[in-house]
Ligand binder design. Structure first.
Ligand code: GLN
Length: 233
């Protein structure tokens, strides 16, 4: 297949941890769908490249990018200074932030001020994990239990193995929408974070395509359309 410039369309391998609704989730047919996927597909269409998704653990995404197993990370990944040392990020494409969630019947924890001596469940390698480490070093929380997937952290809350989960607010909301009687969000968001697509450091050609495509998809109104049609999980 050739693109608008008459060149053979390149295919880029996209790493994603597809248990992170509404950004990426595997549908009933086994296909990876979600806002990140829709958005990157639209960018790919605009820029004349093809994408192939590879579902893998979040903590392995940056190493996979660095070794060349994947070309792009599209996985609700927050742009952070630490990660900027390891990968190059696109322009931010959406804003999220961390929030606390507790078992549905917990009335004790309302905010970070109530986390003294508590056990926190988080996703391995996530910004929630980093926040938990910060709170542990500060002598606030007692223990961190980390899991490859958010649903496993939620499960830990459910069985009483952890008191609280720190995770991206829209994602916790999506899990709650699917299963309303297990956990609840408490307090205000802990911060504000921006997600970016990541490419290998120095891969300016691909980064340029992603950034230009993102601009075009925003300008055309397609971005807003995708946001209003988030997948139901
Ligand atoms: N936004 C969070 C981070 O970048 C979590 C991402 C994820 O688990 N997919 O660490």
């Amino acid at each position: 297949e050739v693109n608008a410039s008459g060149e053979e369309m390149p295919t880029y391998i996209v790493g994603t941890e597809a248990q992170f609704p509404p950004f990426e989730i595997v549908d009933s047919r086994g296909k990876v769908v979600g806002f990140d996927v829709d958005l990157l597909n639209a960018i790919a269409e605009d820029q004349g490249f093809k994408v192939q998704y590879l579902d893998q653990d979040f903590a392995g995404l940056i190493p996979a990018l660095q070794t060349g197993n994947i070309d792009i990370i599209a996985s609700g990944m927050t742009i952070t200074e630490e990660r900027e040392q390891e990968v190059d990020f696109s322009e931010p494409y959406i804003t999220a932030g961390l929030a606390l969630a507790v078992p549905i019947n917990n009335e004790e924890i309302q905010s970070v001020a109530d986390l003294q001596g508590k056990t926190v469940a988080v996703q391995t390698g996530s910004t929630g994990f980093m926040k938990a480490e910060e709170l542990k070093e500060a002598g606030v929380i007692a223990e961190i239990k980390d899991f490859p997937h958010v649903n496993e952290a939620i499960e830990e809350l459910k069985i009483g193995g952890a008191d609280v989960m720190i995770n991206d607010l829209p994602v916790t909301e999506a899990f709650i929408a699917a299963q309303p009687d297990v956990i609840k969000i408490v307090g205000e968001p802990l911060n504000s974070e921006s997600y970016g697509f990541a490419v290998r450091t120095g891969n300016t050609e691909l980064l340029q395509k992603i950034n230009t495509g993102l601009e075009n998809v925003k300008a055309s109104g397609e971005y807003d359309e995708l946001l209003t049609n988030l997948p139901k999980y």
